[in-house]
Ligand binder design. Structure first.
Ligand SMILES: [Zn+2]
Length: 348
């Protein structure tokens, strides 16, 4: 038998599932603001995994990933506990903003403090009530405003268990990411909790491929943790490609950008990535690739200042292998047009 999970004084015994509103703070209207979460406690013991989204309040793909995840019948066979928190930064979500009302970034405010800033208090609450009783975590993100990311896992691949789970997730590209100060990932790592960060799509947008790949990836990780039974389909082990390095190519001029490369495209050294021009086209500046690689992030807004991040370029030792994986990944997750569309999508 598993053990009872208790959050905010609510008990969820083994074999039960429960939605819990975790009080965060009062609004200045007197109304209490709560962080909604859902606990599925398996009958049998196993790891405790949290899956969180919208730590940046404008990053929505993860919210839909969690909605779809929680509907899957396979969760009836869960070993251990799944705690799903679709909207961590409730203030930011209401404001359609990345930040908290005090302009702080929640993902730079961990582990937080009960008497700190609002962001620091939310971080502290999350650590105390959720991370403190978990063994593993997956945090779902998207690119920032007007920026989309090719689905990718960022994790500390120098840690063996984290690397194993990162590979199990099943995105073609892995980025060995340095831990950022004050992130949930850092705070969890300090408590010995392996954590993955899934980055896919753009802020304030839904992207069907990113959502599908996210749901699939979480299930893959849960299988790797033996929280769910192994897939009956015999598949060859998936070998994602680890980026050696990645950098943003920035605009040398202010102007209007015409982007020439899509997300996931392979580019050679000196390939034309885009052109930045004034509105008359009198002055045109070409943006070229500093090295051979794959576009893993892209700015979708044509209006750019000098210094603006335009294309996120990742460098690989085995570039051909990475490219093949990106193509295979898209074929696998691209929705076939389903008519008439059902309430479960695809979202187009
Ligand atoms: Zn984010």
């Amino acid at each position: 038998m598993g053990t009872t999970v208790r959050i905010n004084g609510v008990d969820v015994p083994p074999g039960k599932r429960e939605t819990i509103d975790l009080p965060v703070a009062k609004l200045y209207t007197h109304t209490m603001l709560a962080m909604p979460l859902h606990v599925i406690n398996g009958k049998r013991p196993g790891p405790s995994l949290f899956v969180s989204a919208a730590i940046h309040g404008d990053e929505l793909n993860g919210v839909e990933i969690i909605r779809r995840l929680l509907k899957l019948p396979i969760l009836n066979r869960l070993r251990g506990t799944l705690i799903a928190i679709p909207i961590v930064n409730v203030h930011g979500f209401l404001d359609r903003s990345r930040y908290l009302p005090d302009r702080r970034d929640l993902n730079r405010s961990f582990p937080g403090h009960e008497r700190g800033s609002l962001a620091s208090r939310v971080a502290n609450l999350f650590m105390e009530e959720i991370v403190g009783q978990c063994t593993h975590g997956i945090d779902l993100h998207t690119g920032g405003l007007y920026r989309s990311n090719l689905p990718q896992i960022r994790a500390n691949l120098d840690d063996e268990e984290t690397a194993r789970l990162a590979k199990a997730f099943g995105t073609p590209v892995l980025i060995n990411a340095n831990i950022r100060d004050g992130s949930l990932r850092q705070a969890a790592a300090e408590q010995g909790i392996p954590m993955l960060l899934y980055e896919a799509g753009e802020a304030l947008r839904f992207d069907e491929v990113s959502i599908r790949a996210g749901v699939k990836g979480i299930i893959n990780v849960m299988r790797a943790l033996e929280m769910l039974p192994a897939s009956r389909k015999k598949k060859k082990p998936y070998k994602p490609v680890i980026a050696r390095a990645s950098n943003w190519v920035r605009s040398s001029e202010s102007g209007i950008l015409r982007a020439m490369v899509a997300l996931g495209a392979q580019v050679e050294k000196d390939s034309l990535l885009g052109v930045v021009a004034d509105p008359f086209g009198e002055r045109e500046v070409e943006i070229r690739s500093p090295y051979k690689g794959i576009i893993v992030g892209r700015n979708n807004l044509p209006l750019v200042h000098q210094g603006e991040a335009l294309f996120h370029l990742a460098r690989f030792q085995k570039l051909d292998a990475a490219l093949a994986l990106v193509e295979e990944f898209h074929e696998q997750h691209e929705p076939e047009a389903e008519y008439p569309p059902g309430p479960e999508g695809p979202i187009l």
